[in-house]
Structure formats: structure tokens, C-alpha cells
Design a protein around this ligand. Structure first.
Ligand code: HEM
Ligand SMILES: Nc1c(Br)cnc2ccccc12
Length: 290
């Protein structure tokens, strides 16, 4: 079914900037989360998982309906750990009950990314909450215990190119993996809350050793305490992906530009935005008088 955006009644870009500011301030206040990594990375992951159920073949799933709010999707094993991001956003929703859940989950990721010095991501409002019956079945998100062919095939469902796929996975510069959530653990050292191209720099420059985790997964570990999952590592094993890995490791500006475009496409996949829908480029807190 076609998803047509309808901006929340009477709301202006300034209203959405207020939501952005409330999320950004809460990220600063709740800085102790996950050993002081903070909520930035898990908010970005929630925005991706809310959009990552999209299937272009029948236009089902995706960010529009905000169905992550329903237990079936919240409890998808692929979403383990995202409950923390959901709880973080609950008081924001109480403060701005007019916002749709689809807009809230995608705006949460855009806010977190920009406040972690990532690129400015133009964002459009108008996702409309769909009923529980619209919740997609579990299992639409990717499984990290796989190689390049799986990754390439998985993202065909979104209509992404090889370049867009490599750019998007660069989000793994943020945060970390948690044994209790996914059966992967690490990095132990520089789990970061600043967006950069270092995922690609590490992937190319570190010495990697393939090991088994206590959950029975494979992961690649480096002496500096970094880790890669098989689907991360696949990006350097595949010659086409490797071309983009090198491009992004060499030039952070090019990575930021390509990530911004691919992330916007991810968050808006399957949605028709009518003429006149505002495109908002949010100001960061630093850019506003405090
Ligand atoms: C092949 C595709 C992908 C796979 C298999 C994958 C898998 C995973 C797994 C298993 C984790 C660890 C979760 C945990 O243990 O807490 C993770 C974390 C993360 N993923 Fe991905 N991911 C993929 C693509 C993406 C994309 C496209 C984005 C965003 C654009 C993204 C953003 C993140 C972030 C920010 C984290 C860190 C979360 C935290 O620190 O709590 N991932 N991913
Ligand atoms: N920081 C990460 C590194 Br370094 C490598 N892989 C990841 C996969 C998911 C989330 C974070 C990371």
C-alpha cells in the first residue's frame, strides 16, 4: 500500500526543531548510558531498525507506520537492546504527543547523528501511525553471521546500490556490540559517540583475527580492541565493496556526503511526500543561542 505523508496538523519546522532540541538535551543529560557512550548510537540504530523492515516489493514495513511501538516488533530478537532507545524517547513523546511514532523514531536518529558531529541529514515529517495489524513479521532485519553475497542480496529489498550499502554500514563507527543483545562483544576500547569514517580506516588498517564468541558467533578482533562482525568484514573481502571502503577510509567528507544521502533514502523509503512537505535541515544545539 502506498504510504502518503501528512504533516502533523498545524506543525511547522520550528515545532520539529523543538523536538530535536529536547532529544539533543536529553542525550547530554543522560550521558552515563552504556558506560558513558550515551544514547546517540542506540538512537541511530533504532531509526535504522524502524526503517529496515521495508520491502519494496509490496511497500510493506518501513519507517512510515511507527509499528516498532507494538510488542511484536519491539520484541523481535533482532531489536534486542533497542528497548533502551524506546524508553529514552517515551518522555519526549509525552512532551510532544502530536508527533507520529514514525517521525519520532527517524527524528531521534537524525538528532543523534548531528549531535555526534555527523552530517546534516535533511528530514521530512508526515509519517502517520498505522494500526498494530500493519506490524511486519519478525525476521526482516539482517543477520550478521553472513558474507558479501548475503549483504548484497539483503539490501536489494530496499533498492540500494553497493555504494549505498557500504556507506550505511559505516554507521558501525558508532557505539558497540553487546553480548547479551546480539552474541557479539566489543569494541572494548574506542567505542565511539562521534561520527567519523573510522570504521573504514580500522577495517583496512587493523590486523584481524577470526575468533568465536561465547555465543558461538564468529567475530574478527584486533590488538587495539576493535571488532568486526562477519558482515562488516565482508566489505573488505568483496572487490566491489572494497572499492568504496577505500574511498571512505581516504576521504571522510566523501563518506559523510554519501552516508547522508543513503541514510535519508533509508528513512524515507516507500513514502510519498506531497508537494509542499517541508524539508528540514535542523540546527545543532551548538548552532543555536543557548
Ligand atoms: C548488514 C547490515 C547490518 C547488520 C548485520 C548489523 C548488525 C548489528 C549488530 C548485531 C549490532 C550489535 C547490537 C548490540 O549487540 O547491541 C549492531 C549495532 C549497531 N548498528 Fe548495525 N547492522 C547492520 C547495518 C546497520 C546500519 C545500516 C546502521 C545505520 C545506518 C547500523 C547502525 C548500528 C549502530 C549505530 C549500532 C551500535 C548500537 C549501540 O551501540 O547500541 N547498522 N548492528
Ligand atoms: N564499533 C564497531 C566496530 Br569498531 C565494528 N563493528 C561494529 C558493529 C556494530 C556496532 C559497532 C561496531
Amino acid at each position: 500500500a502506498l504510504r502518503v505523508a501528512e504533516v502533523e496538523k498545524g506543525k511547522t519546522p520550528e515545532d520539529f526543531q523543538q523536538v530535536y532540541n529536547a532529544i539533543a538535551k536529553k542525550i547530554i543529560d543522560d550521558d552515563e548510558y552504556d558506560n558513558y557512550i550515551g544514547y546517540g548510537p542506540v538512537l541511530v540504530r533504532l531509526s535504522w531498525h524502524s526503517a529496515g523492515t521495508f520491502d519494496k516489493n509490496d511497500n510493506s514495513g518501513g519507517s512510515y507506520g511507527g509499528t516498532y511501538r507494538f510488542p511484536k516488533e519491539t520484541n523481535d530478537p533482532s531489536n534486542k537492546g533497542l528497548q533502551n532507545a524506546k524508553a529514552f524517547l517515551e518522555p519526549i513523546y509525552e512532551q510532544f504527543p502530536w508527533i507520529s511514532h514514525g517521525d519520532l523514531y527517524t527524528l531521534g536518529g537524525v538528532t543523534a547523528l548531528q549531535e555526534m558531529q555527523g552530517p546534516k541529514v535533511p528530514w521530512r515529517p508526515g509519517r502517520v501511525d498505522l494500526p498494530e495489524s500493519a506490524t511486519p513479521e519478525n525476521g526482516r532485519l539482517p543477520d550478521a553471521e553472513n558474507g558479501a553475497d548475503y549483504v548484497r542480496n539483503f539490501f536489494k529489498r530496499f533498492g540500494f546500490t553497493d555504494q549505498e550499502v557500504v556507506a550505511l554500514i559505516g554507521a558501525h563507527a558508532l557505539g558497540k556490540t553487546h553480548m547479551a543483545n546480539s552474541g557479539y562483544e566489543g569494541p572494548w576500547g574506542a567505542a565511539t559517540n562521534t561520527f567519523s569514517n573510522e570504521f573504514f580506516v580500522n577495517l583496512l588498517n587493523e590486523q584481524w583475527k577470526k575468533e568465536k564468541t561465547e555465543a558461538g558467533n564468529s567475530q574478527y578482533n584486533s590488538p587495539s580492541g576493535f571488532m568486526m562482525m562477519p558482515t562488516d568484514f565482508a566489505l573488505k573481502e568483496d572487490n566491489t565493496y572494497l572499492k568504496y571502503v577505500k574511498k571512505y577510509a581516504e576521504n571522510q567528507d566523501v563518506f559523510f556526503e554519501d552516508f547522508k544521502n543513503a541514510y535519508k533514502k533509508l528513512l524515507e523509503n516507500g513514502i510519498e511526500f506531497p508537494e509542499g512537505t517541508p524539508t528540514i535541515v535542523f540546527k545543532t544545539l551548538d548552532e543555536q543561542e543557548q
